[in-house]
Design a binder for this molecule. Structure first.
Ligand SMILES: Nc1nc2c(ncn2[C@@H]2O[C@H](COP(=O)(O)OP(=O)(O)OP(=O)(O)O)[C@@H](O)[C@H]2O)c(=O)[nH]1
Length: 509
């Protein structure tokens, strides 16, 4: 009778083995869980960092795309390397944007027509390759000599320019650029003064203030850009850190697998030897001894393996907790940044006075509606509105009243058009509307309804009932080979016709 026929010993063996299998299963589950958590965190961070720069976006997209299939360390490493290289390249030429300074040069060249100033400005424009904006601005200020406006300069400006035209241009410039919220009050005040300016001396001071405001806005935008770049670098470092942790986790899992297969191999070798010994055994006592020795050896090996595994599990658990904490922090950071960016971009697209979408938002929407019209050929109409004799109302009752009129008209116009229609404050007392799925006849009908609503609105000032305020508009429908500019020109000409024909009317082309 063989020694292995004893059921108790056989069960002891089986249980040990099953226990080991169980431990192995738990380890594998834990690794998978950890990997999923890491993938999620990296995908979220890549999403949060998207949209800043088209070059970076392609790598962020690739990182997300690869991670959706699970972590492959070598692909992730490659993606991250590309990302970091591109980011480094961007930092080098980030602040050389010639278009930013271009608008300043255009503006100054229009305002400073003295030949000396013109040639100095042109020369600076042609040779300016410096990254140092502060230096550039100082040179510019020296050329136009704004800090100490001499009598000669004042006279020069007064003789050479029409104050109304320049202040209108400055107004348009201020309305055309994104004004960060911190400057909105200052910009509003400058705009109001530009609207009201009528003598040369305050105008020169106002010009000084306008340019200094433009410079401040530019510096502010640069700082904001630097902040975003810092955040991108921070995210990249965190991604790299996570990548390292994944590497570490993979190595630990690999080690554990190796130990496990060594144990398996050792156990099966010992069992084979036992079988061989029992088959060849002739004496029961010596056989018992051999088997006992083997069992002790096997038990020691299993205990040793369990001890190491338990230490490793504790370490993995600790790493997992650290990782979870890190992921939570990164998650909170990216959420905060996302909401900050959303707030900032919502502000950039709104007109502060009326709350309507501004000109920038209009350009954006026009781009989309135009593309849709080109593709699907559904009718698309455009209306340009202008308040009638608004200058009179301003002159008579002051700008505060004028602002109130602007707010009331904005509210009425938005309340009385469809949700799919888009209305914006284009600038000053002008509004634009884009009407998808609306042909010219329908647009003219709607325009006349809106015109009537405004005509019927009571405008009060300090409890005083005032004469009605009216609005006029030009209507057009996109057709044939229209570009957004040609359609706009037609609507603008139709508006001009409406004004010429006596105002408070809607004309179409
Ligand atoms: N209160 C106020 N007035 C503004 C604002 N933006 C532009 N304006 C004024 O709107 C007036 C527009 O005047 P004009 O372009 O001469 O036109 P108008 O008086 O409406 O005459 P028509 O368009 O020919 O009917 C100017 O006096 C600007 O100062 C603003 O934000 N607030």
């Amino acid at each position: 009778m063989g020694f292995f026929t004893k059921d108790v010993d056989k069960d002891k063996w089986k249980n040990k083995y099953l226990e080991l299998l169980n431990v192995q299963q738990q380890t594998a589950d834990m690794s998978r869980e950890k990997e999923e958590l890491l993938c999620k965190a990296i995908i979220r961070l890549a999403l949060a960092a998207s949209g800043f720069n088209a070059q970076l976006d392609q790598y962020l997209h690739s990182i997300r795309h690869h991670l959706e299939k699970g972590i492959d360390s070598s692909t992730l490493k490659k993606d991250l390397e590309h990302f970091i290289d591109t980011l480094g390249g961007l930092n080098a030429d980030n602040y050389k944007s010639s278009s930013d300074t271009g608008f300043l040069f255009d503006f100054l060249l229009r305002q400073y027509t003295d030949t000396q100033q013109q040639s100095a400005l042109q020369a600076l424009r042609n040779t300016n390759t410096s990254d140092n904006q502060e230096q550039l601005f100082n040179t510019l200020l020296a050329i136009i000599n704004l800090d100490v406006p001499s009598a000669g300069l004042v006279e020069g400006i007064v003789n050479q320019i029409d104050i109304k035209i320049v202040s209108d241009q400055l107004l348009r410039l201020l309305e055309g650029i994104d004004i960060p919220i911190v400057f909105s009050q200052q910009a509003h005040a400058v705009k109001q003064e530009l609207v009201a300016v009528n003598t040369a001396v305050p105008f020169v001071m106002l010009l000084d203030r306008s340019i200094s405001l433009l410079l401040q806005i530019k510096q502010h935008n640069q700082l904001e850009r630097q902040d975003i770049d810092k955040f991108l670098i921070h995210i990249t470092e965190q991604l790299a850190e996570l990548d390292q942790t994944v590497h570490g986790a993979n190595e630990v899992a690999l080690e554990s697998e190796l130990r496990r297969s060594k144990l398996d191999q050792s156990l099966s070798e010992q069992i084979e030897e036992l079988q061989l010994t029992s088959n060849n055994a002739t004496k029961l006592e010596s056989l018992k001894e051999i088997i006992n020795d083997r069992l002790i050896k096997i038990t020691t090996e299993i205990q040793d393996y369990n001890q190491k595994e338990s230490a490793r599990r504790k370490k993995t658990q600790l790493q997992l907790e650290e990782l979870t904490q890190k992921v939570k922090e990164m998650d909170a950071e990216s959420k905060e940044l996302k909401s900050k960016l959303e707030r900032a971009s919502a502000q950039a697209f709104r007109d502060a006075l009326t709350g309507l979408p501004n000109r920038l938002a209009y350009e954006d929407r026009l781009h989309n509606e135009y593309a849709r019209w080109k593709r699907y050929q559904m009718p698309l109409s455009m209306i340009i509105w202008d308040i009638d004799l608004f200058k009179q109302a301003n002159d008579e009752f002051g700008h505060k009243y004028g602002d109130e009129v602007l707010r009331t008209i904005s509210k009425k116009l938005s309340e009385h058009c469809r949700e799919t229609d888009f209305i914006s404050r284009f600038g000053g007392e002008e509004f634009t509307m884009l009407l998808p799925n609306t042909d010219k006849a329908m647009a003219v009908r709607l325009a006349n309804q809106l015109r009537y609503v405004i005509e019927q609105t009571d405008f009060n000032y300090n409890g005083r009932q005032l004469r009605p305020i009216t609005i006029s508009c030009g209507v057009t429908e996109f057709m044939d080979d229209d570009t957004s500019e040609t359609a706009f020109e037609r609507a603008d000409s139709a508006l001009y016709k409406a004004k010429q024909q006596g105002r408070n009317q809607c004309c179409s082309d």
